[in-house]
Design a protein around this ligand. Structure first.
Ligand SMILES: CC(C)(COP(=O)(O)OP(=O)(O)OC[C@H]1O[C@@H](n2cnc3c(N)ncnc32)[C@H](O)[C@@H]1OP(=O)(O)O)[C@@H](O)C(=O)NCCC(=O)NCCS
Length: 296
């Protein structure tokens, strides 16, 4: 649902304006895969006297604002910028320096369409299954490109085939239901989604603490994909996980976070975490903050 607004200097022909709108629309079909009907565009014509822009630009200068649903990857946006610029430049002989493009990505709860709010901004926990294959790969591609820490433990690189992904789903199921004694606790893993089913991140709950678990990372791990951070999703996910822990009769949840991971320890503190201590473990340069959360 891209909403396109193009500000131009007044005085262009009808044909020029049609070409401009068509160029942007075709570029979005190619780069974002939108449908042909999905076209909400307007041109705003401004008297030259009312339109200030720096020297060096010509009267062909334009600002193209695209308001879109959040979640497109950096590659898709780069592709859209390249395609829009090239098409306009080719068809209307406009210099690249006269074309400015900006994407706005308001969260889904800010969209009201046909009297309905697009999303309430709520998140949900679901068990990972085969239907998430494409979304999982998309999320992990985004995560790997960002270079940020990947957590919880079960997230990994994208899978090449559905068969490999199916093995991963099977492994998660075994981790939850295994009865064999091992160095690791049994663990329940969840994907975090919004109400449209978009994959936002993941979280996991260890059912009990092993000695290592007690000394370091505790019961719960979580992570939110880079494009969806700072929207309160980690806090919401952790609150839902605390309910899961309660349902398993866990009275006190331990969570360990790296000292430098401010976003993570703020998340724990917002969910009632009380700092017990800071520990150093062999092989890890960074100290770990250990937090307890009492479950009533
Ligand atoms: C840690 C992580 C899960 C936070 O996810 P998020 O959805 O952005 O977090 P939220 O939006 O719920 O924000 C939680 C708090 O952290 C703060 N915060 C988020 N990102 C921040 C940042 N980069 N710097 C400082 N504070 C930050 C938020 O402002 C909020 O605090 P506030 O409400 O007091 O302002 C996310 O950054 C992530 O996935 N990181 C990589 C994986 C990871 O480190 N997981 C934790 C391992 S223990």
């Amino acid at each position: 649902m891209p909403l396109v607004r193009i500000d131009i200097v007044k005085g262009k022909s009808k044909e020029y304006k049609k070409n401009l709108l068509d160029s942007v629309h075709e570029a979005l079909i190619e780069a974002f895969g939108i449908e042909d009907w999905d076209r909400f565009q307007r041109i705003v014509e401004i008297d030259r006297d009312d339109f200030e822009f720096p020297e060096g630009k010509t009267d062909n200068f334009m600002i193209i604002e695209l308001t879109v649903f959040p979640g497109r990857t950096n590659e898709q946006k780069k592709d859209a910028i390249d395609k829009i610029t090239n098409k306009i430049s080719d068809r209307l002989s406009i210099a690249f320096t006269d074309i400015f493009i900006i994407f706005n990505e308001p969260p889904l709860e800010n969209w009201g369409m046909g009297g309905t709010q697009k999303s309430t901004g709520k998140v949900y926990l679901v068990k990972p299954d085969l239907t998430f294959f494409d979304q999982y790969n998309d999320m992990m591609n985004e995560w790997c490109v960002s270079g940020t820490q990947i957590a919880p433990w079960f997230l990994n690189n994208p899978f090449n085939t559905l068969e490999e992904y199916a093995q991963f789903i099977k492994m998660l199921d075994m981790c939850e239901h295994s009865t064999s004694k091992s160095a690791y606790s049994t663990t329940t893993s969840y994907f975090v989604i919004d109400e449209t089913g978009r994959l936002l991140g993941a979280t996991s709950l260890r059912h009990y603490l092993t000695e290592d678990g007690f000394n370091t990372w505790g019961h719960i791990g979580y992570g939110i994909r880079p494009s969806e951070r700072r929207k309160g999703y980690a806090v919401q996910s952790l609150k839902l996980m605390l309910e899961q822990a309660k349902a398993k009769n866990i009275k006190k949840v331990l969570i360990g976070v790296h000292e430098g991971n401010i976003a993570s320890w703020k998340t724990v503190e917002k969910c009632g975490g009380v700092l017990e201590n800071t520990v150093h473990v062999a092989g890890d340069d960074e100290a770990i903050r250990r937090y307890w959360i009492e479950l009533n």
